[in-house]
Design a protein. Structure first.
Length: 241
């Protein structure tokens, strides 16, 4: 019986290729994940670094805005105080102006009264009348004016004063000075006035002016019929109230 004495060498079988591929794929996935995580982290840090100046700017702008709001409120308060102060000053000026005007009017009235009384003394009359408080206004009728005034006896114990009172308007017509009495004025009512009183009498009426007439003054003439009563006239500026 014979035996085969040849030595049999062991055969190396290579590992299957799909195992290597799986390893490579796994390695790539791990590397990709690492890269993604690293990129995400870097991105977050970049955004934080990029957003930091913007956040600081926003905070700075908000602080400026709040400062401006406070400044505006302060300016508004100052404006209110200033307007109130100016209003008080205007009211004080108006009050002072009115008081000054009243004082001047009162002084003027006293000066006129003294003038009337001086005339009475010089002419040796027993009483003298004074027209005063003349008021002129437009009526509801176009072109129509209403007037009123008072005739006062300056001598308290004179007695009854009687006579006629005439009102005239002085102005310009065709650049010429013209005087129009109530009798010559269209729509004048009344055309003349009668007076009879002890202390004072109110007088009033209405009239119309021609379109080509420019009024400047009004004259009140008193023509007494009572003995020892001095005739007078008084001029008032044309001033429509």
């Amino acid at each position: 019986m014979t035996y085969d004495r040849r030595v049999v060498s062991p055969r190396i079988v290579p590992p299957p290729r799909y195992g290597l591929r799986a390893f490579v794929v796994l390695l790539l996935l791990v590397a990709t994940g690492f890269v993604a995580v690293a990129a995400f982290y870097v991105g977050i840090q970049y955004e934080r670094l990029a957003a930091a100046p913007l956040t600081e700017r926003i905070i700075s702008i908000e602080q400026e805005r709040q400062a401006l709001v406070a400044q505006v409120l302060e300016l508004k308060q100052r404006t209110i105080v200033l307007e109130r102060s100016q209003q008080i000053d205007r009211e004080a000026n108006r009050t002072a102006s009115k008081q000054l005007k009243d004082a001047q009017d009162e002084r003027l009235a006293l000066d006129k009264e003294v003038s009337f009384l001086r005339r009475l003394f010089q002419e040796g009359g027993g009483g003298i009348l004074r027209p005063k408080d003349f008021k002129l206004k437009e009526t509801e009728e176009p072109g129509e004016f209403g007037y009123s005034f008072t005739v006062q006896q300056l001598i308290p114990d004179f007695g009854v004063s009687a006579g006629d009172v005439d009102v005239k308007v002085v102005g310009k017509r065709d650049d010429k000075e013209t005087t129009l009495s109530l009798a010559k004025l269209e729509g004048a009512n009344p055309k003349s006035h009668k007076m009879k009183f002890k202390h004072f009498q109110s007088v009033e009426g209405v009239f119309r002016l021609p379109d080509d007439f420019e009024p400047e003054n009004l004259v009140v003439e008193i023509k007494p019929t009572t003995a020892k009563l001095i005739p007078v006239s008084e001029t008032f500026p044309w001033s429509v109230q």
